[in-house]
Write a protein of this length. Structure first.
Length: 281
């Protein structure tokens, strides 16, 4: 085991489920025991080799079956560049069709993650084409993107399901809102659209201000949407929302590509730097 694994992996386990599926399933069962559902992601993106994209598709099919066999309340979330979107869009659609059809067979939902802006158009078009045949398929929309209001309207007009996130990829200032207040304001605007015209959507944020807004917009409604949060972040809030009767799901990533994911989490949540530093002394 190298220095990176020795020093960083034990800390990264705070927000990832380890390097293999077994660790993710263990964390999934633990979350379920607390009344929390799970969204499981096999880490990796921007795959360059078709054989690797095929292997990722097969891993998702195995994951879907493992969740079903284990009676786990949850479902996977996949990045389209894992399925080869950066290589060949048609082949990525073919692989998504395999995974989405398997989700239908098992009676599971399936999320599609949103990635960097250079993949946004292809991700949305691929999603919408697949959603016509797979109504349990959902797509992440990033509130920090300036274009997201129009994207969200387009998706809702087609009856799509949405997971609303803030966004964590580095983008140019012309593409994204750059201040916390701007992102919050746009997130709130998109939330209103979801509560007016969406169903089966996810409010994916750890921001108490936005969670309170969602609760206010929901009123007495507890069905038709869920809260989603990352593993290891705001666990007390997850438990509290669950006790209030809201559906709460935890995002559980796993796999060998844990380091790149962890760097993004540290960048998105600077407090995680202190978690890392405390572990070194």
């Amino acid at each position: 085991m190298g220095l990176k694994e020795t020093l960083v992996l034990p800390v990264a386990r705070h927000w990832i489920s380890g390097v293999n599926m077994d660790s993710a399933l263990k964390d999934a069962r633990a979350a379920n025991s607390k009344g929390i559902g799970v969204v499981v992601n096999f880490l990796g993106e921007e795959i360059k080799e078709p054989s690797t994209a095929d292997a990722h598709a097969k891993e998702y099919v195995r994951l879907q079956q493992a969740l079903a066999d284990g009676g786990i309340r949850g479902f996977p979330s996949v990045k389209l560049t894992q399925l080869g979107l950066a290589i060949n869009e048609e082949e990525a659609r073919r692989r998504l069709e395999v995974v989405a059809s398997n989700a239908d067979r098992l009676g599971q939902l399936l999320w599609v993650d949103m990635e960097g802006s250079r993949f946004t158009d292809a991700t949305i078009s691929t999603y919408l084409e697949a959603h016509d045949s797979h109504k349990g398929l959902g797509l992440a929309v990033q509130a920090y993107m300036r274009r997201s209001e129009q994207d969200l309207k387009r998706i809702l007009d087609r009856g799509g399901k949405v997971r609303l996130v803030k966004g964590a990829y580095k983008e140019g200032r012309d593409s994204v809102f750059t201040t916390r207040d701007e992102v919050r304001q746009n997130y709130s605007k998109l939330l209103e659209l979801l509560f007016k015209g969406g169903d089966g959507f996810a409010v994916a944020t750890h921001d108490s201000v936005l969670i309170d807004k969602a609760k206010e917009m929901a009123g007495t409604r507890r069905e038709g949407f869920r809260f989603e949060m990352l593993k290891g972040i705001r666990d007390e809030l997850k438990a509290g929302l669950s006790k209030e009767g809201y559906k709460v799901f935890e995002y559980l990533p796993y796999g060998d590509e844990w380091y790149a994911y962890s760097r993004r989490r540290i960048g998105e949540h600077p407090s995680n730097v202190w978690l890392l530093l405390r572990s070194l002394f």
